[in-house]
Design a protein around this ligand. Structure first.
Ligand SMILES: Cc1cc2nc3c(=O)[nH]c(=O)nc-3n(C[C@H](O)[C@H](O)[C@H](O)COP(=O)(O)O)c2cc1C
Length: 318
């Protein structure tokens, strides 16, 4: 299965399916479930706290012997040089084989990690960022995030369909597509455009193993394909989240944006969907039920091969 697939060769996972490194959400229960089901779980690190990282890492190692990786959100780690050094030093001592980097300059850690034998994929939302990551930083692969993705977005980015092809034309490293993918149909489309793997964020938020409040999961399930909105996220980014009374008012400048810690309390823990806007991609409109992580991954793989067979059958027999 997946003969010659470079993403699997790098991750050592059964399937080329990543789970996005989502703040507070991509911790031991979700990462373990994804890895145990054959996907590539990625432990998030965005609150810059080595004690949290080591606690979650230890819990994942104890719960599964399947491969998983760690994400380094560069700009967030840089904000506290001491904690940044502590996390990088710790990481290099763990024998971790796979790291993703995001949100920042990919030259910052790539050489250091690669010299220690770690495979590095960098997440980028622009063609320029992709070329820089490959040519200047020397990353082993890219996560290519289209503008329909959830969360903090680069104002310059374009959507997955065009972006994947543009990046594929210019670089040779394996690509993992992110943004708008929830199942095997999306995965097959991404592969047709040049990807060798996919990442899903919103789909895994609406899983049984995701730690967020049920109201957030239900809001994703209920969202139509127009159910997300972009709001300013100063100083320079924008952010895609669920369209709610709160996010509409923020987008119109009538209401202040909540700090990230307040969002976690209000929505993830207490389930207040009206006065918050949980990160969600346009993919929310394609999600119609909460599933277990294993169902999500199994259904994605089954659907992928179904689509490949359907397309192959279009070719006339000789
Ligand atoms: C709840 C949530 C939180 C996210 N947090 C982060 C984050 O902390 N860092 C990051 O690089 N991307 C984050 N993302 C974006 C994902 O990495 C990815 O680009 C996106 O989920 C892909 O689109 P999809 O949601 O349609 O699958 C987040 C996404 C979601 C849904």
């Amino acid at each position: 299965m997946f003969e010659g697939n470079r993403v699997i060769a790098h991750t050592r996972s059964r399937y080329p399916i990543f789970q996005s490194p989502m703040t507070w959400i991509a911790r031991a229960p979700l990462v373990t479930a994804v890895s145990a089901a054959g996907g590539m779980g990625l432990l998030e690190n965005s609150i810059r706290d080595l004690s949290v990282t080591t606690r979650e890492f230890t819990a994942i190692r104890a719960a599964t012997n399947q491969p998983f990786g760690v994400n380094l959100p560069i700009r967030y780690l840089q904000m506290d040089p001491q904690e940044e050094k502590a996390i990088i030093d710790w990481l290099l001592g763990q024998g971790i084989h796979f790291v993703t980097t995001s949100a920042g300059d990919p030259t910052r850690y790539t050489r250091l990690l690669k010299d220690a034998g770690v495979t590095v994929y960098h997440a980028t939302a622009t063609l320029r960022g992709a070329i820089k990551a490959v040519e200047e930083a020397g990353v082993d692969g890219l996560i290519v995030e289209g503008a329909e993705s959830a969360g903090i977005r680069n104002p310059e980015e374009v959507h997955t369909f065009a972006l994947l092809q543009a990046v594929r034309e210019r670089v040779d490293v394996p690509l993992v597509a992110a943004g708008g993918i929830v199942d095997g149909r999306g995965m097959a489309a991404a592969f047709a455009l040049g990807a060798e793997g996919v990442t899903m964020g919103t789909r895994f938020v609406a899983s049984h193993e995701s730690p967020v409040h049920i109201n957030y999961k239900n809001a994703i399930v209920a969202a139509p394909v127009t159910g997300t909105i972009m709001t300013d996220n100063p100083p320079r980014a924008r952010s895609r989240g669920l369209r709610t009374p709160y996010s509409v008012e923020v987008s119109e400048g009538k209401r202040e944006r909540l700090a990230r810690g307040n969002l976690i309390d209000a929505l993830y823990v207490n389930g207040d969907v009206d006065n918050t806007s949980g990160a969600a991609g346009e993919s929310a409109g394609l999600i119609h039920e909460i599933k277990s992580v294993r169902q999500i991954i199994d259904h994605t793989i089954e659907g992928f091969w179904r689509e490949i067979d359907r397309l192959a059958a279009l070719r006339p027999r000789q």
